[in-house]
Structure formats: structure tokens, C-alpha cells
Design a protein around this ligand. Sequence first.
Ligand SMILES: Cc1ncc(COP(=O)(O)O)c(C=O)c1O
Length: 392
Amino acid sequence: MTPFSADDVVAREAAVMIPVYGQMSFTPKRAAGCDIVTTDGRHILDFYGGHAVAALGYAHPRLTRAISEQSQRLVFQSNAVALDIRASAAEKLISIAPKNLSRAFFVNSGAEANENALKMACMTTGRRKILALTHGFHGRTAAAAAATWNAAESWYGFPSLPFDVDFIPRDDIDAARTMIDSDVAAVILEPVQGIAGAYDLSFDFVAALRQCTRAVDALLIADEVQCGMGRCGKFFAADIYQVEVDILTNAKSLGGGIPCGVVLCTEDISAAMKIGQLGSTFGGGPIAAAAILAVIETIEDENLLHNVRQREAQIRELCVTGPVTSIRGMGLLLGLICDRPAVEVQSALLDHDILTGTSADPNILRLLPPLVLQAEHVVRLANTLSQIAPQT
Ligand SMILES: Cc1ncc(COP(=O)(O)O)c(C=O)c1O
């Protein structure tokens, strides 16, 4: 075994890390664009994006320059002082956000964003009940996990939930009408459910959630941690659904790989917050802010939203082949519905140096590639899928 073989690296991590992750069989050494080079010299085409994080792919010169130049100027100062780069990142985010969301609070991850969004909902409404959707995922911290489908039954881990919670069956408008009452502080939803296997909620259902929450003065929270920041073909899925949400969370692609997250909210909700009620030491740090700015400016300047929509159309046209029977999802958050367990298709693709994701649905292979994905990459995926014989 050479010191840098994948097996060796996997074994070293296994010896010292808490064993909570199932890991893949290769170890990346460097990457550029959508190409991951492994320690043993393989080139892997990335349709997984580090779990929807690598929005600009890898080693994008604009992102690496922004991080590097900011690190030379100022690595860190907390929110105790105002920073030009933080102000610029927040201004830019607000400029692309749904138009009623005019305030930002920076955090470090998706779960932390949802944790704060749920807390803000309870604080501003004075209510203690949260409704989430079946199959939704919001993170592994106390409040985010409490609103995550099935967490309480399987991996929640805390002795009690921080609020009352119930789950609306996804896309069930009648259930939504019955369940959303004046005890409800907020309904939280992923417009396109990521971990569930790129399940895009029906437009009518999302519209009904808005109508019902408005009727009882409850808030609507869009968790766009995975589906936001351009992944669905507009900056935010709420704009595709044409629904005005009160709070929107985003992380993952936001910093292109630099850890960060954000809570966006209305002027009214922001006005209800007092100094000290929210906080995060690292949230909105200068490196994260520089990364956020570079990601958004690059998506705009390179017309990546258009690219997302084009690649989606191409995948829908070419990739229903081999083991794939149909496709769901939106933009570059797609679920390939397979005629066999998705792990088998994932493994066959990886044998051909193509990396994809699975999902909570055993038959759905998930694509969450960089937004810079090229036409030739889709052709390669389609050709490789077509070599995997359909099940008879
Ligand atoms: C929709 C959604 N919300 C929240 C999270 C949690 O994000 P993080 O892992 O950054 O805490 C995830 C993670 O996959 C997610 O997909």
C-alpha cells in the first residue's frame, strides 16, 4: 500500500474519526471544474458537487482569488465590527433575493440557518408549534432535526423537542388546510426536497401553504439550503414557485465550498429582533463574505442560471436510458428514477469514473453537480447510463 492510496487514507480516518459517515472508495487529491483527481490518479466527473456545495466547480479562478486576496487583507473579525466585505455580500444577496426579503443574518451552515429561522418564527409569533412536511430534511441540530421527517423516530437524540411539531403529508392540500391553524408559528418546507430524492412539490400545494399560513398569521419558511443559490434555474426556488415566503434559508452553494449560511427575512421580522437575540461568532466572517460575493457575481457574469436550465433540458432529453425510467426535480437538483436500487447504478457509474449521489428514496439517484456543468459532461453521463442494461 502506498502512503497515498485510497485504502490507506480511509483507514487513517477510520482509526481516529467518530464513525458516522459511510464513505466512498476514492480519495480526492485536487480538482478543477467538474474533474476530481484522486490520490491514485483517477479523473472523476463530478455530478455530486460535494453534496450541492461546489456551485462553481473546483478551483474557479474568481473564487480562489477572492478567498486568497481576502485572506491576505483580513482573515477574521466578528460581527462586533462592521466590515465592508460583509456589507457588500449582504447587499448583493438582498439584490438577488425574493423582493420582499430585505434583511440578512449570516451563519455557518444549513442547520444553523434553519435553527435561527425556526427560533425567529417562534419569537415573532409567540406560538410554539411548527409544521413541516413529510420527507423533508432540515439538519441535525435540535430545532432543525425536530422539523425533519422521521428524525424523532430514528436519530433525533435529544430528550425532548424544542417545540410542538407535526408533519403535513407533502402535496396534500386538504391536510394542509386542516392542519394549519392559529397555534402554528410557521410551516417550513423545501420547495424541492433534496435528500428525499429531488422531489419538487406541486405549485398548487406551495400556493395553498402560503394562503393557509397567511389566513392564520403564521409564517412560511423556505429551506433553500440545498435547492437555492441558482441550483433550480433561478437564484431561489421561491421565485420559480412565485410564492412570497417570510423567511428563506440558504447554505451549501452559497460560499462555493467555504462554510457559510444565511437567513433572509422580511423587514417586519427583522424589526422584531433585538440586539443579542441572534448571534454567531463566525457568521458573516470576511472570508465567507468574499466567497459569497464571488459566487453570486460569477453566477451572474457567466450566465450560469441559463446554463443550469440548458443542462437540465439536456439531461431530461438524454438520460432516460439504461436503468433510468424517468426524471424528477428541478434545474441541477434532479432525481433519476431507476429500475433497481440507486446504489447499484451509482456504483456502476463510479466504475466508469462518474460520481453521483443517492437519496432517502432507494430507487432515486440524485444529481447535484456544479452549476458550471458542460454539455459534454451530460453526454458522457448519458452514454455511460446507456451501457448499463435495463432490468428485464
Ligand atoms: C434542505 C436542507 N436543509 C438543511 C440541511 C443541513 O445543512 P448543513 O449540513 O449545512 O447543516 C441540508 C443538508 O443536507 C439540507 O439538504
